[in-house]
Write a protein that binds this ligand. Structure first.
Ligand code: HEC
Ligand code: HEC
Length: 225
């Protein structure tokens, strides 16, 4: 895998220059041993990396999902990550499977990742359930008005995945993401990245909440987990 070679060389170079990985506090040994830092950034001031940023993992992910993903990784971005050097050619250099951890390592890594935050802890976002009518209206927003579906997978009426693959899939977003983070992302993705490939919108408060509710309503059936 060419990206691994390149990153490996970059990793050695960094080790030589900095005398070791210094971005992590609670669990630096595990992060270093597993070489997660070859692909992911754990602090915002590192140079760009080809996989999703993890320095706000504690804001973004639900703990149970994270612990499970680290042991049984699933594909979230079917076309690869937008920072992968081969993404625009349609030939991402990273191909699954993602490295997997053993149970004990996954627990330790999860505790560490959950501690990485950039947002101030606010009150939990109380969203409630979407009524049937509200769900139909927000589905129209998602699919027609804003064309989110062009880039993100969602469920069709038969609960089959449908939609574009250039953005992360929402198929299990309700178990994967924290609603507070989804809300903040939709409000202003630039809080998390200034190199995003998603169009910038200026939603009013009601639309922000409805879209967050809608994304959070995507959950795989327990039997399918
Ligand atoms: C060879 C590169 C590579 C290495 C090494 C690697 N990852 Fe990843 N990781 C990726 C890519 C690419 C994705 C995106 C996968 C997808 O979206 O389908 C990803 C996704 C993730 C996600 C989900 C992120 C999100 O926003 O959806 C987490 C959490 C994660 N990795 C943690 C880790 C940890 C912890 C390690 C070390 C044990 C690690 N990764 C090692 C490339 C890597
Ligand atoms: C042109 C393609 C495109 C469109 C249209 C689009 N997005 Fe995105 N979206 C992305 C990409 C790509 C990302 C990954 C982050 C990045 O690179 O900016 C993303 C990230 C996200 C995330 C964070 C998910 C994660 O797991 O990191 C959410 C939530 C989101 N989009 C919601 C929406 C909603 C709601 C709409 C419609 C109002 C929408 N997006 C429209 C491309 C798109």
């Amino acid at each position: 895998m060419p990206i691994l070679n390149k990153l490996f060389i970059a990793g050695i170079f960094l080790l030589a220059v900095e005398g070791g990985y210094t971005g992590a506090d609670a669990s630096p040994e595990l992060v270093k041993n597993k070489q997660c830092g070859m692909c992911h950034r754990f602090t915002p001031d590192e140079a760009d990396k080809p996989a999703p940023d993890l320095f706000y993992a504690g804001d973004k992910f639900q703990k149970d999902w994270l612990e499970n993903f680290l042991q049984h990784p699933e594909v979230i971005r079917p076309a690869g990550h937008t920072r992968d050097p081969g993404f625009l050619r349609g030939q991402p250099e990273f191909s699954p499977p993602h490295p997997a951890l053993k149970t004990k390592e996954a627990k330790e890594m999860t505790d560490y990742l959950i501690s990485l935050k950039i947002l101030n802890d606010g009150p939990p976002l109380e969203l409630g359930d979407l009524s049937k009518g509200a769900r139909v209206r927000v589905k129209i927003l998602f699919e027609r008005d804003y064309s989110c579906i062009a880039c993100h997978q969602s469920y069709n009426l038969a609960r089959q995945p449908r939609g574009g693959v250039s953005g992360p899939s929402f198929i299990n977003a309700g178990r994967r993401l924290r609603p507070e983070w989804v809300y903040q992302w939709l409000k202003n993705p630039k809080q998390f990245t200034d190199r995003g490939r998603m169009p910038l919108y200026a939603f009013d408060e009601e639309t922000l909440r409805k879209l967050t509710q809608y994304i959070m309503s995507h959950q795989k059936d327990d039997s399918a987990q």
